[in-house]
Design a protein around this ligand. Structure first.
Ligand code: F6R
Length: 260
């Protein structure tokens, strides 16, 4: 895993957006896997700026979101459909028919999950997957104990995630208990992955994900098995990493490395 540590959230968000832009400039019809939550908001803002001011084109892009709350319709302000529309889709030129977000209101979850996996395959697989991380080390809603080979499915949220996400709802009781989420196995099939981590409250999870043992108790640690992962952290999130000097050394030396 390549680790980039930046002073601020703004800087890490700009770097992450640049990575997405590089993929789109190389492959204009790329398939992006997208995350919601507080973490990628800065990156989405920068992508919107790149679209408006530098012509970054999404007209051939396809997107698949990681997850959605069960029982929450797309029109609900806390649905991930709504989040994506407000934070990204309505500001860029991605064709609406190319946008996929798991359904939280289907009457057949098993069939929907199988269909979602099939759609990803039919679109050629995900070229670049964007991830945040939960304070319990989850990626998407693959909570502690999730199989590292799991596929898109219905998943019960951990109490810690319900507590963490209560900040978006009026009452803790309003936070949905179930989600529909891509599996760890689904995520690991992406060609390339970027993992965004910011804030002191994510420092422990970051340590397990980047430097801990690969285990289902911190599903983000499974990313260590993937050959093309770049983690973007701010210094607060990197606070518990032991190899920071080494990661910074690698980044400093990279420009001088012999070309392959
Ligand atoms: C959201 C998702 C989750 C979040 C994680 C962190 O689509 O997949 O794994 O990335 O819960 O959420 P924030 O960024 O709000 O701290």
């Amino acid at each position: 895993m390549e680790v980039h540590i930046k002073e601020t959230y703004e800087q890490m968000s700009i770097d992450a957006a640049r990575k997405v832009a590089d993929v789109l400039n190389t492959k204009p019809n790329a398939v992006l896997g997208l995350a919601t939550g507080s973490t990628p908001q800065g990156m989405y803002q920068e992508l919107v700026r790149l679209h408006r001011e530098e012509g970054l084109d999404f007209s051939q892009v396809t997107t698949f979101n990681l997850d959605e709350y069960v029982g929450v319709p797309p029109s609900h302000p806390q649905s991930y459909h709504y989040f994506m529309h407000e934070n990204l889709f309505k500001h860029i030129n991605v064709p609406p028919q190319n946008v996929y977000v798991p359904s939280g209101t289907t009457d057949n979850y098993a069939a929907f999950c199988a269909w979602y996996e099939q759609r990803i395959d039919d679109c050629g697989g995900i070229d670049l997957q964007v991830l945040g991380i939960g304070s319990d080390g989850h990626i998407a809603f693959n909570e502690p104990g999730s199989s590292l080979g799991s596929r898109t499915r219905l998943k019960t949220l951990a109490k810690q995630t319900i507590d963490d996400n209560a900040r978006f709802f009026e009452n803790r009781e309003d936070v949905p208990i179930y989600s529909i989420t891509m599996g760890v196995g689904t995520i690991l099939e992406a060609e390339e992955i970027i993992l965004l981590i910011n804030g002191e409250n994510k420092a422990e999870a970051a340590k397990h994900a980047i430097e801990g043992a690969v285990c289902s108790q911190y599903t983000a640690s499974a990313l260590q098995m993937h050959p093309e992962v770049t983690a973007y952290l701010d210094t607060a999130a990197a606070g518990k990493l032991e190899m920071t000097e080494y990661y910074n050394w690698i980044q400093k030396m990279k420009p001088g490395a012999p070309r392959l």
